[in-house]
Design a protein around this ligand. Structure first.
Ligand SMILES: *Cc1c(COP(=O)(O)O)cnc(C)c1O
Length: 402
């Protein structure tokens, strides 16, 4: 086989992505190597997906063992890993029931359909409105871009589904003004991820819970990015102590193997009765086996606690870099979901920092035009944190001195 090149990408791929110049071929822990053998520290983890780094032995073991047994059945037949995984999720969360799918968008699609269907069955078709927040991100299907609070992702795809409104995030008065007895569901990220790593305030989530109860609307937490240990808690709702009716999880759930889930209480699960919703691949035994291994590691003694310790290490180093170079106006987030917002004189330049970091051998992400995002593996070794931060500081120096 001849070696593929980055130039070939542009010849054969739909141009909706513009990937970086390097083509990684191998990963181990928090290090990645490209075709030329160049080594990178990984502070991105895909997009907050590879929560246990690359090629984690327990995940490789789960994948290869299941891979030799049974790959696929569809939901005409159930399978052992799916039932075991649902049991593990319900044992460790508020949820009583689980619906499996393959991505975050699909998990939110299921949550929003459940929200509508539940209200329809209980109160009739008038109660169908969905309220979301500005700047939110819920996926790229037509229903989920419509729920998302970023107009640019909808442009040219109209008409989008109706009955969806958007209010400013962390603004309880705005939600209070919008919510009514016609509201079927409120969907919100406990920490807005793509929108700039903005945590909800405690009062906001508590207030949303009370408003949803008052108006008999479902509260949906989109934890696609915040879930599976990212915040130092299995799910961010546990940090806030505010329990939703429905929660969506994907990204880190498979540690890099595609899987998503919509999880909910018994009270609402029945509204997705037989035949109302489905997925061919959802609950696939390969995906569920890997996900079981992910949860075993994340829930093992000490793992969640050290997420917070590693996050403190990164945040204090970023504060040090900031003291020297004066680049950030805010360093925020929870656990290993960290955002560093650029000063006004560097507005719009987050991508330049990420590109400069790649030149120094560090993979990282933006969260909007002004925020640099850090989402390393939850078990990244301290030595890799230090090396990554050293490379990041070099990238910062390059930008401020140019
Ligand atoms: C990434 C993300 C999604 C979409 O997940 P996909 O797997 O890309 O469909 C939805 N919600 C949030 C909060 C996300 O971060």
């Amino acid at each position: 086989m001849t070696k593929v090149t980055r130039a070939q990408f542009d010849d054969v791929m739909v141009p909706n992505y513009v990937p970086g110049k390097v083509i990684p071929v191998k990963g181990e822990g928090s290090r990645i190597w490209d075709q030329e053998g160049r080594e990178f520290v990984d502070f991105a983890g895909g997009i907050a997906v590879s929560a246990l780094g690359h090629a984690h032995p327990a995940l490789v073991e789960a994948l290869t063992t299941q891979g030799q047994k049974l790959w696929h059945l569809s939901n005409v037949m159930t399978n052992e890993p799916a039932i075991e995984l649902a049991q593990k999720i319900t044992d460790n969360t508020f949820a009583d029931k689980v619906f499996f799918c393959n991505s975050g968008a699909e998990a939110n699609e299921a949550a929003l359909k459940l929200g509508r269907r539940h209200a329809f069955l209980k109160s009739g078709p008038e109660k169908h409105e969905i309220i979301s927040t500005l700047n939110s991100f819920h996926g790229r299907t037509l229903f989920t871009v419509s729920a998302g609070g970023q107009a640019k992702y909808k442009e040219g795809f109209e008409p989008t589904p109706g009955g969806i409104s958007h209010v400013p995030y962390n603004d309880l008065a705005a939600m209070k003004a919008q919510i009514s007895d016609k509201t079927a569901a409120v969907i919100v990220e406990p920490i807005q991820g793509e929108g700039g790593i903005t945590p909800a305030t405690q009062e906001y989530l508590e207030g949303l819970r009370a408003l949803c109860d008052e108006h008999d609307a479902l509260l949906i937490f989109d934890e696609v990015q915040t879930g599976v240990g990212r915040t130092g808690h299995l799910y961010a709702y546990q940090a806030y102590g505010v329990v939703p009716d429905v929660l969506t999880t994907a990204k880190a759930l498979g540690g890099g193997f595609p899987i998503g889930a919509m999880i909910c209480t018994d009270k609402v699960a029945g509204s997705l009765a037989f035949g109302t919703h489905g997925s061919t691949y959802g609950g696939n035994p390969l995906a569920c086996s890997v996900s079981l291994a992910v949860l075993d590691v994340v829930l093992a003694d000490g793992v969640l606690d050290q997420v917070t310790a590693k996050a403190e290490k990164i945040k204090s180093a970023l504060a040090g870099i900031n003291e020297k170079h004066g680049v950030f106006k805010d360093i925020r987030g929870m656990g290993l979901l960290i955002g560093a917002e650029l000063n006004d004189d560097l507005a719009g330049k987050a991508k330049d920092f990420v590109n400069a970091a790649l030149e120094e051998g560090l993979m990282m992400l933006v969260a909007g035009p002004n925020v640099i995002r850090f989402t390393p593996s939850l078990i990244i070794p301290d030595a890799d944190i230090e090396e990554g931060l050293a490379r990041f500081e070099k990238a910062v120096e390059k930008i401020v001195n140019q």
